[in-house]
Design a protein around this ligand. Structure first.
Ligand code: UDP
Length: 322
């Protein structure tokens, strides 16, 4: 049985990846320091003997006994308000954490895939973003802690590949959504759905003309699965190219939830990217991958999930670090 370590296992993406690799017949070692993750996302796996969990901060030290075939490094705060509130941990997990995991991969002769991000393109001046674009990042702006940690992560990963011959993969993840997102993580989809469910107005930042492209989580997991098992070492964008403005997105959520609330406008966060859309030509060619789940279908599933949460979670409006 192949053994895979998944860091950030209790998070949104990490927990879906644990499910997928269990389904594929792997032995899964989940690891998380639970700063932004939640054990509820993986509690259904605890009864399985193919699953084990280590409560561990990968920025300090990582030890996994015995054989290890694959590593997925998905530990990191990933929402803008999270990394604004815990900037040092964000920098450490992308840099020191990645270094520890690359060292572990080298010692175990394991294949490692690291989670990078569309944020490496910053506020992009090229549209849509191809992997060849080097980006437009403000290193000392509020998002710099995440963007630069991930850029360093990519550089370090590539250096381990070229210098040590390590089998490495880099996925650049664009906005992704689905069940198990944290309702109060500040990202636009849980923010809007949470507001609709609580009977609050929907807060659009800026004039709402900025664009994003949202990928359903199952599609993302499929892309990652294919990339891990490929022979490709350059970064690959995984995301859904179906782009829309945040204003239009708010209207879609209003229709979906049938809320009678209205849209209100708030100031745009500093360095908020104006447009974002993945060019997925590379993923299509190399992985034969493209998204299968349209936004209306994905949003329905996600809305059902948020509706099923107990009221104490729905009304827990305070952010985790307040
Ligand atoms: N946004 C918004 N209202 C909210 C939360 C976010 O209008 O309550 C906007 C945000 O300014 C950004 C977009 O939605 O332009 C996506 O934000 P998110 O935090 O989900 O992720 P990002 O793509 O910026 O990393």
């Amino acid at each position: 049985m192949k053994k895979i370590l998944i860091t950030g296992a209790a998070g949104f993406l990490g927990s879906h990846l644990c499910d997928r690799f269990i389904q594929e017949g792997y032995h899964v070692v989940g690891m998380d320091n639970l700063i932004t993750g939640d054990l509820k996302n993986i509690e259904h796996l605890f009864k399985l003997k193919q699953f084990e969990f280590y409560h561990c901060d990968v920025s300090r030290f990582v030890h996994v006994p015995g054989q290890l075939d694959y590593i997925l490094h998905f530990a990191s705060p990933a929402s803008p308000i999270d990394y604004l509130k815990i900037p040092i941990q964000t920098l450490k997990v992308g840099s020191l954490g990645t270094h520890n995991l690359l060292g572990l991969a080298k010692a175990k002769k394991a294949t490692i895939l690291v989670a990078s991000t569309s944020e490496v393109y910053g506020d992009p001046l090229v549209h849509p973003q191809t992997e060849d674009y080097w980006g437009n990042v403000n290193p000392v702006g509020p998002r710099g802690v995440y963007d630069e940690a991930k850029r360093f992560q990519e550089a370090l990963t590539m250096a381990y590949h070229t210098f040590h011959g390590l089998d490495t993969k880099i996925v650049r993840i664009f906005n992704t959504y689905g069940p198990r997102m944290r309702l109060n993580d500040g990202r636009v989809l849980p923010a809007f759905i949470g507001q609709a469910l609580r009977g609050e107005d929907l807060t659009v930042f800026g004039d709402g003309s900025q664009t994003r492209s949202f990928c359903y989580v199952d599609d993302l997991v499929e892309g990652i699965y294919r990339l891990l098992l490929s022979n490709y070492h350059q970064p690959v964008n995984i995301g859904n190219p179906d782009e829309l403005t945040i204003s239009d997105f708010a209207e879609e959520i209003i229709k979906l939830t049938e809320t009678t609330q209205k849209v209100i406008y708030k100031s745009l966060p500093v360095d908020d990217p104006k447009q974002r859309q993945p060019d997925i030509t590379r993923a299509r060619e190399i992985l034969n991958w493209e998204p299968q789940v349209g936004r209306s279908e994905g949003l329905k599933i996600t809305y059902e999930y948020f509706k099923s949460l107990p009221d104490e979670i729905l009304f827990e409006s305070k952010h985790r670090f307040e």
